[in-house]
Design a protein around this ligand. Structure first.
Ligand code: NGQ
Ligand code: ZN
Length: 456
């Protein structure tokens, strides 16, 4: 086990607020062992090269989709939509091997670290080969995700996904969906098989239901009654208007309404997207204690709509951010777009915080820190004694950052700069990003390039 280390932080964002000249002690196990605000600042101490903030948990990822990011920006017909994008995504699935998944996920996870994330929640539904052929090991593709997270050095919450149907009412899956499919018993066996693997890899295991389209209420109830992960439960819900219409036609209820009526939604749950809600659904979801899993760049890219963030936050709702299809991979892009969507809708400024002088950057960042931690199944989030040492050091040599103090730092980073000022990142006590580069960047890039060339 590695020795403990200390880090002098000239400015640091602690749960109580900004503090200066704090010495962190990080245990050999990669946890924060002490936070000392009154330490003697000795010149022998290792000093962070700029302001220190906690790394966020990214609450929603489909890692393999990073391979096609930017390539679906091609006009087909005038009806290009979420659904035509999905067909392109299914074509990618049909061409990727477990080795490809691992190389793409490793690259993505290294990029997420560079974007300011210290943990990723992988919503993993790509279980089988073309046509639905099962691999020899039931957990084959999950194991590739575990390995990718370890190779990149990012914390992982792994959510194997139950997926059984093409649409509401238990319809047969389409050919392109075969690599995703399990029945309830197979899915429960997968969760069992992955328990020791996740433990060995230091990953948190939870589960996901792909959507109300992909699972019947009876299947969902059977899974919830039998699963023993104790981890988070995620589901995609109400992302597209067509999903709302189809759900109404099938059940007479809207997706979020149906979910809240029929399932025991509480603080273990994360509702991914939840874009289309009535005021009543917004209030009920907020009161449930579940996290709304927002993926603003992907939601913009796919033409989903705008999440009612101001109303949801007004009802006390918890939210976090994910990068989903990975058209963006940074904390700054997601938080900025979340706020800008609200501004574009309302034609006003500063939507997510109210009260004189409240910092938008700080409000967004702290909400996403808490919501992301909850959705990832962490007991606590932020820089606290006992928590994993997941830290971001912003670049103090950058004049914008170097001249800023307190919440100005977050304003500059999140609204005017971006990942270029994420200088060093520590995950579980290890420096995995140094001076803006992943510590294994070259090997990761080489393996990733091979996959892209093969898929081209
Ligand atoms: C997914 N992605 O599972 O990757 C989905 C598309 C679906 C997003 N919703 C497929 N962004 O929802 O059916
Ligand atoms: Zn998703």
């Amino acid at each position: 086990m590695a020795a403990s280390q200390t880090l002098l932080c000239r400015q640091i964002l602690l749960p109580e607020g900004w503090a200066s000249d704090v010495v962190l002690t990080i245990s050999g196990e990669g946890r924060i062992a002490a936070i000392d605000s009154n330490a003697e600042v000795k010149s022998s101490l290792v000093e962070a090269a700029g302001p220190v903030v906690p790394a966020l948990a990214n609450l929603h990822s489909h890692a393999f989709q990073r391979a096609m990011a930017g390539l679906a920006e091609l006009a087909g017909s005038t009806d290009d939509s979420f659904w035509t994008w999905r067909d392109a995504m299914y074509r990618l699935v049909g061409r990727m091997s477990p080795d490809d998944i691992e190389a793409v996920a490793t690259k993505l996870y290294s990029e997420l670290l560079k974007g300011g994330f210290g943990r990723v929640v992988e919503f993993h539904y790509f279980h089988h080969a073309l046509g639905g052929r099962h691999y020899a090991s039931v957990g084959e593709t999950s194991q590739r995700i575990l390995r990718a997270a370890q190779a990149a050095g990012i914390g992982l919450t792994h959510l194997p996904v139950f997926y059984a149907h093409a649409g509401f009412g238990g319809t047969e899956p389409g050919e392109g969906q075969r690599p995703f499919i399990h029945d309830v018993d197979q899915f429960l066996a997968l969760l069992q098989a992955l328990k020791p693997d996740c433990e060995a890899a230091g990953a948190t295991l939870g589960l996901a239901i792909h959507s109300l389209r992909a699972a019947t209420p009876d299947e969902m109830r059977a899974i919830l009654a039998a699963e023993e992960t104790g981890g988070p439960i995620h589901i995609h819900v109400a992302e597209q208007e067509r999903e709302v219409e189809d759900c109404l036609a099938w059940s007479g209820r809207r997706p979020v309404e149906f979910l809240l009526d029929e399932m025991p939604v509480d603080d273990r749950w994360c509702a991914i997207h939840a874009t289309h809600m009535t005021a009543d659904e917004t209030r009920r979801l907020a009161r449930s204690g579940a996290v709304a899993g927002l993926c603003p760049a992907t939601e913009a890219n796919l033409g989903d709509g705008i999440f009612p963030a101001t109303d949801f936050a007004g009802f006390g709702g918890r939210f976090g951010i994910g990068t989903d299809s990975h058209v963006a991979t940074t904390v700054a892009e997601e938080l900025r777009l979340l706020e800008y969507g609200q501004r574009l809708r309302d034609r006003r400024r500063n939507r997510i915080a109210s009260g004189s002088g409240a910092s938008i950057g700080r409000t967004l960042f702290e909400a996403a820190l808490a919501g992301g931690g909850q959705a990832a199944g962490m007991r606590s989030s932020g820089i606290r004694v006992g928590a994993r040492a997941d830290l971001v050091v912003l670049d103090g040599n950058n004049p914008f950052i170097g001249a800023a103090s307190g919440d100005q730092i977050l304003g500059r980073w999140l609204f005017a700069l971006g990942a270029e000022v994420v200088r060093d990142v520590m995950a579980a006590g290890q420096w995995v990003v140094r001076e803006g580069r992943h510590t294994n960047e070259e090997a990761i890039d080489n393996a990733f390039r091979e996959v892209l060339l093969k898929l081209a």
